[in-house]
Design a protein. Sequence first.
Length: 301
Amino acid sequence: MSISNNYLEQLENEAIYILRETAAQFEKPALLFSGGKDSIVLVHLALKAFRPGKFPFPLVHIDTGHNFPEAIAFRDKLVHEIGEKLIVGNVEDSIKKYNLKETAGKFPSRNALQTYSLLDTIQENEFDACIGGARRDEEKARAKERIFSVRDDFGQWDPKLQRPELWDVLNGKVQKGHNVRVFPISNWTELDVWNYIQKYNIELPSLYFAHNRECILHQDKLVATSQFIQPEKHDTVVVEKVRYRTVGDMTCTAAVPSSAATIQDIIEDIIQTRISERGQTRLDDQLSEAAMEDRKKQGYF
């Protein structure tokens, strides 16, 4: 076995250990699933951790209503294939319930509004832990998280009140009303995820591979036209060969120019790039350096 495979095996073993500890320590955990590559890898890891039995938790998707159709179709296909339960929380319902307003501007993001739907879904289903696919190289605020990251009664996160995690001992004890976010792949990088996908030939939505797409050129970024974003007279509209590094909302996720048609092509792309995944593609994360951390403090995943 190569050094690379040994390293991937170590990451896999750690993630499976975390998933099993979560199932053992919490009464009602859930796995947050978006249809993106990181959450797809989490499902693959959960299959390894718990099959031939059923998952000890449902999959939960917080649907903003601005998703790529390809991601939703893949989500439904995967859920059907593995035969597990899917719970969907809709941001549209939260907008009506709380009279919320979307971010102003040409490319409105519903990321902040997801917090309301997530917290309501947690409360309605009495989840005490939510498993997610965040990685430490994804964004600065993600790197401040522990593997078991505690949220208070209001779902809020305080980066200054993090528990120590020594010798791989994970402490799932929380006060009543508190919630834990669990990050099994927090020690992985984007490149690790793609190497793992290649090793096990994991199926992904077509969005991740090069395809032709009509886009608006906005501040050197390519944002796909859609039912949510229609070009205006002054917009520069181009048809480019692109792929997506991350699958967020159509309204705030930029594509990257690429001819990468295979997983190996994508791996070579990532090795050559010097810009982080979210830094290159998420418009809303560029509003300020603390955009993600501010959302997390309010209850965002």
